[in-house]
Structures are given as C-alpha cells and as structure tokens.
Design a protein around this ligand. Structure first.
Ligand SMILES: [Zn+2]
Length: 422
C-alpha cells in the first residue's frame, strides 16, 4: 500500500537541519555560530526519530531497519548515532569545544605561541568574550599591544573533530537514504515536492561552503577588539589557495632569465609594480592586498590570498596558515607581497614601545614590500618600493638591484623561514 506523505515529517526535519547549516556564516563571529551547530545536530537526530514514529507497521519497520543498515551503518553515521545515544542517556547534546588562541608577539617580533582554553558547551558569546578578556588581563596586560586569533575546535574525548566535513558527509548520506526511501514510498503531493526541491537547493548551497571558526582580535589598553573575519579552510576546496599551476608559461617564466630564487623575487616585484601603477593611475587611495606566492619543489606555483581584513592579526594568521601549507607540501620558496610603513631616522626601541596606531603616525612613507623566503637561503631577502616614486623608472631600477638582506629572526615572516628550514 502506498503511504501518503510517509516521509513528510523526516523531510521537514532534514529541511530544518539544512536551513540551519546553510545560515552558518563564516564572516560572523565564531561565537554566534556555535548555537547553530548545536541546533543542526539536534535536527539531524530528529530525522531518524520521526522516521521511527512514521514507520510503525511491521512491514514499514522492516523497511526502516533495512534502510538503516544500508545507510547508517558506517563510521560517519555511527558518529551521529552515538552522539544521539549519548543525548538520550545523558541529556544535553555534548561535544566539547576548545577555544584555541594564537598570539603573535610582540610588535615586530614573530613568535607564535598557542594557548588552549577549554570551554564549557553552554558558554554564550559574551561569557566567552569575558573569559578571554580576563585571561588576557591576567597574562598579557603588560604588553603594549597584542595581535591574536581565536579558533573554535570541536573535541571528542580530547581528539579534534573536523566538524564541517563531518556535517557535509552526514548530509550526503542522509540525503541518499531519504532518496532511497522515497523511491520505495514516493509522494508527489505539493508539500512534499516543495520540500524535496528546497532540500536539493540547500544541499547544493551547503556543499560549496567552507567554514572555519576563526576570528582575528587586537588587544591593547585592556581592551579587546574584534577585527574582520576571513579565512576559508585549508582543505582542497579552500578558495584562498589557488590550485598549483606550472611555472612554465606563468608570469614567472621569463625568457633569458635564470629560473632561480632571486629572479623570481625580481619578476614578482616587477609584476606587482605594474599592477600598483595601474591601480594608482585610477585612484590615489588604492592599495595592494597582501598575497603569498608558493613555489613548490616540482616547479609549480600557487597563490595564497589576497588577504583582506581590517586587522593586522588577519595577516599574521595568514603567515601561520602558510606555515601549515609548508608543513603539508614540498615547498622550496615563498614570496610575499605586503605594504609596510617606512621609518626613516627613527629609534627602533622607541617605536617598539608604541602601539600600532601611534607608531604609524611616525612613519615617513608607505612602501610596497616584496619578500623572498627560500629553503636554499640562510637569510630573508626583499625589495622595497616607495609609493612616492612608483612611477620613477630610474628609482625602480635602483631598487631592483638594491636587494635587502634581513635577519630571519627579527622578520615578520620568521615562522615561514622556520617552516622551510626544518
Ligand atoms: Zn506528500
């Protein structure tokens, strides 16, 4: 017998779950997305709950058992299910969340430390914020300023869970099961069809999304301010990291030029000077967004960036992300494009005692910085171009020859240097 709207309650729960996960917005602060994750898991659990209720005759029960065996008997769904069982016995839904705080210390230095604050499930945004501020007031109130990023990580028995990929896999499997059951018990009524279409649309939207739960913060004068939030995940679908392409026939491939690190630095600089000139001829306020060029051992390259954000922590976090990319790939060199402030005839120590906002008032000019960090070189090298002289050909030629050598340890890119020289 054909059961009318047998799957309607399950479709509705699935639709709710998808709506919630689709509303998760990585541009929002992490703390706001946590309750959404909780609700998502709760609605996903409800799909099987309502199915158990609807499939109540002995024939339907048998079908439900078969479908459950076919689709839910795998690691991902066991994880969902186990969480569900825990929920039944222990009440409330429990998945531990850890707040990782990454500090970029201090002014010109580059040391990165990682602190972990384990937080209770039920802390809301303002409590979390207070807790973090108290932690900073206690440990870091003597710092002139502090750049930091926070990332929420989900833990289960102390192990990290890549929550978004689990979510995506769970949705995929649940959808396959729903489609399979609807093949056995189809319903073409208007309300079921409408939900089916909406579910399809939401799945498409969710599958292209990448989310990490990170924020960039700035701490000074016992005040904690939250900057913009960027960052896609570093996974294969990461939108900031372009897929590797051969150096051959790329902008780095110049006839009559030795394909060596220093040539790459020069070509990289020329290329962006041309871009900067085009931008400056259109607007005097234009700026170049920081970007990283990754050169792999197998003579391919990827761009990482541009890094947009209102907060310097975002750039430091990008450096930290690039070190992670280095650790997971065979990379021989990194080129960085940034803008910086030039301080002519200034006392470095005095500058270091100032907060960023005060310090930049002392700057004599804004420069474009091109930086090379190579596995084969024991120092960091760079080319500096002052915006004032951007259109002066003789000046540019001079700067191209005048390659600057930096002590790695005092350089902002030190974490990258360290990762390449491991
Ligand atoms: Zn129906």
């Amino acid at each position: 017998m054909l059961q009318k709207c047998l799957m309607y309650p399950a479709l509705q729960k699935f639709y709710n779950a998808l709506t919630i996960v689709n509303q998760i917005d990585s541009r929002k602060y992490i703390f706001e997305t946590i309750p959404q994750i909780d609700s998502f898991f709760s609605e996903m659990r409800n799909i099987t709950f309502v199915m158990q209720e609807s499939f109540n005759s002995s024939e339907l029960k048998k079908v439900y058992e078969q479908e459950r065996e076919k689709f839910l008997n795998n690691e991902v769904m066991k994880w969902f299910n186990q969480t569900r069982v825990e929920t039944i016995h222990k009440h409330p839904f429990k998945l531990e969340k850890a707040l990782y705080v990454e500090f970029y210390l201090p002014n010109f230095s580059t040391k990165t430390t990682l602190d972990k604050l384990t937080i209770n499930n039920d802390l809301n945004f303002s409590d979390l914020y207070k807790k973090l501020k108290l932690f900073l007031d206690t440990n870091y109130s003597n710092c002139i300023e502090l750049y930091l990023s926070t990332t929420i990580t989900f833990l289960e028995n102390g192990n990290e869970v890549d929550i978004y990929s689990v979510i995506q896999k769970g949705i995929e499997i649940m959808y396959a099961m729903v489609v399979d059951i609807m093949r056995l018990y189809p319903c073409n009524c208007e309300k079921c069809n409408k939900l089916k279409n909406e579910i399809k649309r939401l799945i498409d939207a969710v599958s292209v999304k990448k989310i990490t739960f990170s924020s960039d913060l700035y701490y000074a004068d016992k005040k904690l301010s939250i900057g913009s939030v960027i960052c896609a995940s570093l996974g294969s679908g990461c939108s900031l990291l372009s897929p590797p392409a051969p150096i051959k026939n790329s902008f780095l491939d110049i006839t009559d030029m030795m394909p060596c690190d220093m040539s790459f630095l020069k070509v990289f600089a020329y290329y962006h000077i041309v871009l900067a000139r085009i931008q400056r001829s259109e607007s005097s306020e234009s700026e170049l967004m920081p970007a990283f060029l990754i050169i792999y051992e197998n003579d391919t390259l990827s761009f990482y960036g541009p890094i947009t954000g209102t907060n310097k922590s975002t750039f430091y976090r990008a450096i930290s992300d690039v070190t992670k990319i280095i650790n997971n790939n065979n990379i021989k060199a990194i080129l960085i494009l940034t803008e910086g402030y030039h301080y002519a005839n200034k006392d470095i120590e005095q500058l270091q005692s100032m907060k960023y906002e005060e310090r930049i008032k002392e700057a004599s000019s804004v420069v474009i910085l091109f930086t090379l960090i190579s596995k084969n070189l024991d120092d960091i090298y760079g080319i500096e171009v002052d915006y004032e002289n951007l259109f002066d050909g003789n000046y540019i030629d001079k700067q191209m020859k005048n390659i600057i050598k930096y002590e790695p340890y005092n350089h902002m890119a030190y974490p990258i240097f360290k990762a390449l020289h491991k």
